[in-house]
Design a binder for this molecule. Structure first.
Ligand code: SF4
Length: 314
């Protein structure tokens, strides 16, 4: 019941390609976000408190130090000797391309860093930035554009104050694909007002557009966010454990086998996490998804079928 036998995981895909373990090293390059500074919106997404991404990175201002610290931890934990620099916090293309180039060059000059994963918003990837990333790919680096979409529903995007629509994601995907870039799309399960079937509708749209990878995580409530206030007022109820694992499993079953899952759950640091409490138990979530896939079908086995609830929700 090993997860890589049931899901096309990022770790497995990298091992197949490079013949060794490749791990992402998270970097906070201290960008901001156009949905926070007023150029797209103010206040950010209702669920966003960037301190929940990686507090350790936030306390480590130097990118070189972050790489070294991450390398030490990851090498000890996983044995990986090759790394991808993952620019994660905020919007990692939100600067002039010359500034981005200097920053990306800095990490790519490290001998064991084989590529870049750039987390950003779909409305923040001008052609010049995509061309820079394409240049790195042509040079032989591993390059992935990680687009935070979260949902294909414009109504939900508006509800959570994303400040962009699905059409901006479509546009970004087309322009990135024209330059040969790989795309990983981030999706959130359990957004306000969304049913399990809505997650499958989103999945179909992003798969039809040709996303190469997916990242899934449950909507979690962290301190100092608008969502936290909604939760405290009883206006938002987070998913239960089995609801999440069942929806995530169904998404995986409805996804073609060549799409790589970079992540199938996610959490926040305990200091800022308010709910759901279970999402901090990563291995419990992964084991339940593996058990679900083992029992009801692996990645790709339910393509074309309707959403099926294999668990009794309590
Ligand atoms: S786009 Fe990302 S960084 Fe910006 S407010 Fe939303 S979740 Fe936070």
């Amino acid at each position: 019941m090993q997860l890589p036998n049931l899901v096309n995981t990022f770790g497995h895909a990298m091992f197949e390609k490079y013949g060794c373990k490749v791990h992402k090293l998270t970097i906070n390059a201290q960008f901001t976000c156009p949905n926070r500074d007023g150029s797209k919106g103010i206040g950010g997404c209702t669920f966003c408190n960037n301190e929940s991404f990686n507090p350790n990175a936030i306390q480590t201002p130097s990118i070189a130090d972050q790489l070294e610290n991450g390398r030490t931890v990851v090498r000890k934990r996983t044995g990986a000797r090759k790394y991808i620099a993952y620019f994660q916090a905020y919007t990692n293309t939100y600067a002039h391309v010359a500034i981005l180039e200097k920053m990306y060059n800095q990490v790519l000059k490290e001998r064991d860093v084989i590529g870049l994963s750039i987390g950003t918003r779909p409305d923040c990837v001008p052609d010049a930035t995509l061309e820079l990333l394409a240049k790195y790919k042509e040079q032989g680096h591993e390059v992935c554009l990680e687009l935070g979409l979260q949902t294909a529903s414009d109504e939900t995007l508006d509800t959570v104050n994303r400040g962009h629509t699905f059409s901006e994601y479509e546009d970004a995907v087309h322009r990135a694909q024209n330059l040969g870039l790989d795309i990983c799309t981030h999706l959130i399960i359990g957004l306000p007002g969304e049913k399990p079937e809505d997650s499958l509708k989103t999945l179909k749209k992003v798969v039809d557009l040709g996303t190469n990878g997916l990242k899934l995580h449950p909507l979690h409530i962290v301190r100092n966010t608008k969502l936290a206030k909604e939760w405290e007022a009883g206006n938002y109820i987070p998913l239960k454990f089995t609801e999440y694992t069942n929806i995530a499993s169904e998404i995986i079953r409805h996804t073609p086998g060549d799409v790589v899952f970079h992540r199938i759950t996610g959490t926040a640091q305990m200091e800022v996490l308010l709910a759901p409490e279970w999402c901090n138990k990563k291995w419990m979530v992964l084991n339940d998804i593996a058990a679900n896939l083992h029992q009801f079908g692996a990645q790709g086995s339910a393509i074309g079928k309707p959403f099926k609830s294999n668990k009794v929700y309590t």
